[in-house]
Write a protein that binds this ligand. Structure first.
Ligand code: ADP
Length: 890
């Protein structure tokens, strides 16, 4: 018989119960407990104890493990059964009959027993076999115990062993104690004493027997165990060595799990294994499995698994008895009838290693121990893995730290380099700045001095030496006292004192002395330089030679006196006529005007100027005015940007008178000249007509010159007479209504031969509807003749000259003389109408003329209330435009 841990435990439990039996009062429930211990330990589902009753020839069921509905039929069975009943009557027969009846086939059982009971056992309780063991001492029949199993292979040997060696002791002891109690009641004291003595001896005997039995059991067990252990240890050692090798070879948790699951194959009999690992959320994950069936399972740690996770390994006889397993699908339970649960706890990982077998009760405590030893190694290996992983992690983080640190150092290094570069840059900039200051110091137009507090020159720039005509070393050997004129030394000391008292000095002017003693004015800008503590170190002064400026200032001052010193009256007036300034010479005029407040310019005069300028005073203008029989010329010069007008006045009374006298003289002379000139020209013409004889070619040539010169002289005299008339105001116009086209056609016709001579294309284009005009016919003829003669004169041959006339606005006649001639220089245009003025174009061509033609023309046109303008460009030709009003304004 194999003494399994369950049997061993049952023995111990039974012994404990026996040791608790003192008297009848301690019997309660003991029989039932005994029955249950034995049923469980041996794998019999049902059982009962039947004992000889108090009444003669009766049997009583004293303990029962059977569904209650079966109690009554079984009682009946017990009543009739040979299970013990007949032996109660006949002890001898009992002693001689083998104690055990074993109904391997229930059919056998049916024969001597009532059929319904047998059928009920078989069909309802699925009893596969039934056993009855009689219990008796050497002289007393105690009763019988019966067990029924629902599976074919219960541990019968263990059952027999437990019943015959242990249960019977218990029953006998209880029987004796009951007997004793019964006797105690019925016998006298004496008898009682005897009974007591007997009981004691019985007890002693029992104790001895018990001790002997225990010894026997122990030695038996020891023997069995030694043998088993030896066998197992050998296997274990081999397996464990192998396991150790595999487990220490790997540093992966999964490898170790695989190792743990597969290696005990040689050590004990299991079919599948898997590992459940506790996740962080408390759920269980199947981490490794030898069979796919467990891989899909879901687990939850309830009471049982919690016990295991608390560190208690458990071999489960029948898995479905455990809640965690009972919840699994049928297929899973079918594959795992029994299971061995081993905790795998590393302090970091919580896991359960489970070995399974389809059969129930496949795992014993010995398996459990073995697996524990084995997994102890696995746990070490797992811890190593964790340690390895931790080290790996630490190494990684260390590497990370090193990388980060390196990066930090690189950044710091980079920053440092940048700082150095920055520093170098700053130094270079400072150097440059220093150079700039140095060159500024040297190149500045001003003299710069650094002067010690004792007045000695500490440093100076070359301009300083140059300004004072000293060599640099000479200058530095001097003190400031030697370059300032002696009169100003006290002033110098005073300034220094003020600076030392913290005063800021503004620019001031001094007089310096050069090496040769020449004195010159300077402008000084001085300041003190202090150290970090605020103590004065030296004075720096920038000195500028202001001789030139002084001279300029004097010049400006004297110029400012210029209008005041002028002998001519000078005014500056606002556009409204207010006198802003009047010089000394204007006093007599101001007195003459006697304006209300004396500060306003005569309105009539200013109005004339403004009207002439169409109220836009930009052009200068000279106007003649009489005040108190004195004639004045007022020249108005507007200064628009300043908003005032400068008026220069000149008393021209005398000049006017002289002019008039001169004009009268010229007029007289001209008239006197004209008479002999007429004779000269008349006689010359006679000579031409050859009434006085034939002329030689040379005489004719000379005569030509006399005639041309005479003509020129006549023209000049005529012009002079005209000019004089104009200037003395004697140009009287004989105005009448006339047709301008007649006048123009007449002049045009007269000039055609001259134009033809020069091969000039000479054209006339007159508006056919030109209205009559009020004018002096002779003077108008003179104007058109002057303009056309000039045009032909200043146009080379093959050129063109054109006379045009048309009306403008029905009020003005517009006459236009244009040519394609040599043109007029722009700078000549403004002065073209002046007396005796001849343009630059004349010099190169030696074209004869007086320079009076245009002057007279303009005067005639203006006397008619008209205007003449000219446009010209060199090489392109000129256009003179005359604009005459049809009616003269008064
Ligand atoms: P002149 O007797 O010199 O012609 P004018 O008073 O008639 O005097 O003319 C003055 C000047 O104007 C001339 O000398 C000439 O320089 C210039 N001038 C006048 N008309 C023309 C023109 N049509 N083309 C070129 N220059 C001219």
């Amino acid at each position: 018989m194999e003494l399994t841990p369950q049997i061993f435990q049952a023995i111990r439990q039974i012994n404990t119960l026996i040791s608790g039996l003192v008297d009848e009062s301690t019997h309660v429930g003991v029989r039932q407990q005994l029955l249950e211990i034995i049923s469980q330990a041996t794998g019999y589902a049902y059982g009962l104890i039947a004992e000889v009753g108090q009444a003669p020839d009766t049997m009583e069921i004293t303990a029962l493990c059977l569904p209650t509905w079966m109690v009554s039929p079984v009682e009946r069975l017990v009543g009739h059964s040979l299970v013990g009943f007949q032996f109660a009557v006949d002890l001898q027969a009992a002693l001689e009959t083998p104690p055990v009846e074993f109904f391997e086939h229930l059919a056998d059982f049916h024969k001597p027993h009532p059929k319904p009971v047998g059928m009920a056992l078989e069909s309802l309780l699925k009893v596969k076999h039934l056993v009855s063991i009689r219990q008796h001492t050497s002289n007393t029949y105690l009763g019988a115990v019966s067990f029924a199993a629902t599976h074919p292979h219960p541990d019968f040997a263990a059952l027999e062993y437990l019943c015959n060696n242990h249960l019977v002791y218990a029953l006998r002891l209880m029987h004796e104690q009951t007997e004793k109690a019964r006797l105690r009641h019925s016998l006298h004291e004496e008898v009682e004493t005897q009974v007591k003595a007997r009981t004691v001896s019985l007890e002693n005997a029992l104790e001895q027997a018990q001790a002997a039995e225990e010894k026997l059991t122990e030695s038996y067990l020891g023997m069995m165990k030694a043998h088993e252990t030896e066998k197992i240890q050998l296997k274990e050692t081999e397996g464990l060595l192998e396991g150790l090798r595999v487990l220490t070879d790997t540093f992966e948790a999964q490898g170790i799990y695989a190792g743990i699951m597969n290696l005990p194959r040689g050590l004990f009999d299991y079919e599948e294994a898997f590992i459940l690992v506790v996740r962080e959320d408390g759920k269980l994950d199947v981490r490794a499995s030898t069979s796919p069936i467990f891989e899909k399972t879901q687990w939850q740690a309830q009471y049982f698994f919690k016990r295991i996770l608390a560190g208690e390994p458990v071999a489960v006889f029948e898995t479905k008895m455990v809640a965690e397993w009972a919840g699994q699908p049928k297929a899973v339970i079918a594959r795992a009838g029994s299971a061995l649960h081993i905790p795998l706890l590393t302090g970091h990982t919580q896991a359960i290693l489970i070995y399974t077998h389809t059969e129930r009760g496949k795992f014993t405590q010995a398996h459990q121990k073995l697996a524990e030893r084995f997994t102890g190694l696995a746990i070490h290996a797992l811890k190593n893995v964790e340690l390895f992983e931790k080290l790996q992690h630490e190494r990684d983080s260390l590497e990370q730290i090193v990388t980060e640190r390196t990066e930090e150092l690189q950044t710091a290094n980079h920053d440092l380099q940048q700082e150095v570069a920055e520093h170098e840059k700053t130094e270079a900039a400072l150097k440059l700045e220093k150079q700039h200051y140095q060159s500024l110091f040297e190149q500045t137009n001003d003299a710069v001095f650094f002067i010690g507090l004792d007045g000695r020159h500490l440093a100076a720039n070359s301009r300083a030496a140059e300004m004072l005509d000293y060599k640099m070393e000479e200058l530095l050997a001097l003190t400031v006292r030697e370059i300032v004129v002696p009169d100003e030394l006290p002033f110098f000391a005073e300034k220094l004192g003020a600076m030392l008292n913290g005063q800021m000095l503004s620019l001031y002017e001094r007089t310096f002395r050069k090496k040769d003693g020449t004195e010159f004015p300077v402008e000084v800008n001085a300041s003190l330089v202090f150290d970090a503590e605020g103590n004065p170190l030296y004075a720096q002064s920038v000195v500028r030679d202001i001789s030139t400026r002084k001279q300029a200032e004097q010049a400006i001052a004297s110029l400012a006196k210029f209008p005041e010193e002028s002998p001519f009256p000078f005014f500056r007036i606002s556009l409204t006529g207010r006198i802003l300034y009047a010089n000394k010479s204007s006093v007599s005029l101001l007195e003459t005007w006697q304006t209300e407040n004396g500060t306003y310019f005569p309105t009539s005069l200013l109005d004339r100027f403004l009207t002439h300028n169409a109220n836009q005073p930009t052009e200068p203008l000279t106007l003649e005015v009489k005040f108190d029989a004195q004639t004045y010329a007022f020249t108005f010069v507007p200064i628009p940007e300043m908003g005032y007008i400068n008026v220069y006045a000149q008393n021209i009374t005398e000049a006017k008178r002289a002019d008039r006298m001169k004009a009268e003289f010229i007029a007289n002379v001209s008239h006197e000249l004209r008479t002999p000139l007429a004779s000269i020209l008349g006689y010359t013409e006679l000579l031409y007509e050859m009434t006085v004889g034939e002329l030689t070619p040379t005489q004719k040539e000379f005569l030509d010159i006399i005639y041309d010169s005479g003509q020129h002289l006549l023209m000049l005299v005529n012009d002079l007479i005209d000019v004089t008339k104009m200037e003395t105001g004697h140009l009287d116009l004989q105005v009448k209504q006339l047709y301008p086209s007649h006048v123009m056609k007449k002049v045009y016709a007269r000039l055609i031969p001259i134009a033809n001579n020069k091969k000039i294309r000479f054209e006339m284009d007159l508006d056919p509807d030109l209205p009559p005009l009020l004018a002096d016919e002779g003077r108008l003829e003179q104007v058109i003749s002057n303009l056309l003669s000039n045009a032909i004169k200043f146009t080379p041959s093959e050129g063109a000259v054109k006379l045009r006339a048309h009306m403008v606005n029905q009020t003005h006649l517009h006459i236009c003389v244009s040519d394609s001639g040599i043109g007029i220089h722009a700078e000549d245009l403004p002065r073209l109408f002046n007396r005796f003025y001849r343009g630059q174009n004349i010099t190169s061509t030696a074209i004869s003329g007086t320079g009076l033609g245009l002057y007279i023309t303009k005067a005639i046109i203006e006397a008619h209330g008209g205007k003449i303008t000219v446009k010209s460009s060199i090489g392109q030709g000129s256009t003179f435009e005359v604009c005459l009003p049809l009616k003269r304004s008064q």
